[in-house]
Design a protein around this ligand. Structure first.
Ligand code: SF4
Length: 342
């Protein structure tokens, strides 16, 4: 089977093409077509000679993974079901914001962390996605935007825990920031994590500009461990100490999914204020997106507002995210593929 070209970083492609007798700059041209121009058909790459184009098509598979299904809502959110070469499926979501687009990308098929409120967690874990499988999602969503050349934000917040797929995540971050490729600055990338401290430190060292979103979801360690089993292995105190000590260029984002009657009382809001003391952070409050298969409910607006007001009164920056895409089950914690992956 031919190698898939999206698994190659630019320096690797250069090396391979040089070994196959190509000129030094051909790899850059190929990258420009694949990523910058989002064209994966070598026969149309007009600035590369015909013989070279044919040879590249012989050496590499150049197509993105296929979209099996896509569903949109009237606010500009569209969810894509993407088929992988081994028959598994993943989801990626395109979200229209006021002045830009956000791509919500998956990094694993399923997730091993089994958070009690999460549809992806309830699927179990199948495997990590390769760097090519993550990049292919970006290109698929970008195609949907036609010739749009404005701002894009990438959030690694879809299916899976990105920091448990660190090597491939790092490869993706290097390729997307490549000037001959997508040329997306790591400043426009957010990695959302439940808190894998060792790999978080690696990410902060290797890509200091990447934004971190920490999925907190509880105002104390005991409730957090009930909701997020990972918290039994990764100590919340150690994570918070790290967030206090580590100097970062951008404020940490703390994600807090509000679950009715579980973590949404004013007393718990006050606990949360104490927990975050000394951490330069903003809080994203995410009223839960209900899933019929899971027992949690979304709090009403008045409860959400009371919780928010406590945080604001204590000086925290708070954004309430009434997630987009609920109609098409693409909001936070709703991504799950149940058919081919089971
Ligand atoms: S919330 Fe995130 S970390 Fe937890 S199970 Fe879902 S995808 Fe995994």
């Amino acid at each position: 089977m031919k190698p898939w070209i999206f698994e190659r970083q630019l320096d690797e492609l250069k090396e391979e093409l040089r070994g196959a007798g190509f000129r030094a700059f051909t790899a850059r041209q190929v990258f420009q077509w694949l990523y910058h121009k989002n064209n994966q058909d070598p026969s149309t790459w007009s600035n590369i000679g015909k013989a070279d184009r044919e040879m590249i098509a012989e050496l590499y598979e150049c197509e993105c993974r296929p979209v099996l299904e896509s569903r949109g809502d009237d606010q500009g959110t569209r969810k894509f079901l993407i088929g992988l070469a081994d028959g598994l499926q993943i989801e990626a979501v395109l979200i229209r914001e006021k002045d830009h687009y956000t791509f919500c990308l998956s990094t694993q098929v399923g997730c091993a962390l089994d958070c009690a409120f999460c549809a992806t967690g309830s699927m179990g874990f199948r495997r990590n996605l390769s760097s090519g499988e993550i990049l292919s999602q970006v290109l698929t969503l970008k195609k949907e935007l036609g010739d749009y050349s404005g701002k894009l934000n990438l959030v690694l917040m879809g299916m899976g825990e990105p920091l448990l797929n660190y090597e491939n995540l790092a490869r993706v971050l290097r390729t997307i920031s490549e000037p001959d490729g997508l040329n997306i600055s790591p400043r426009h990338v957010t990695v959302s994590t439940a808190g894998i401290l060792e790999n978080l430190k690696k990410l902060e060292k290797d890509f200091p500009q990447v934004r971190i979103a920490f999925s907190l979801n509880a105002p104390d360690a005991i409730l957090r461990a009930e909701l997020m089993p990972l918290a039994n292995r990764e100590n919340l105190g150690d994570l918070l100490a790290h967030f206090r000590e580590h100097k970062r260029r951008r404020r940490l984002t703390c994600e807090y999914v509000l679950l009715a009657g579980v973590n949404d009382s004013p007393a718990q809001a006050r606990q949360l204020v104490r927990l975050l003391h000394g951490i330069p952070a903003k809080v994203n409050l995410i009223p839960y997106n209900e899933n019929p298969a899971l027992p949690f409910r979304r709090p009403d607006e008045a409860t959400v507002e009371k919780f928010r007001a406590v945080l604001v009164r204590h000086g925290l920056t708070v954004i309430t995210r009434w997630s987009k895409g609920q109609d098409i089950r693409s909001a936070c914690g709703q991504l799950a593929v149940s058919t081919a992956n089971s």
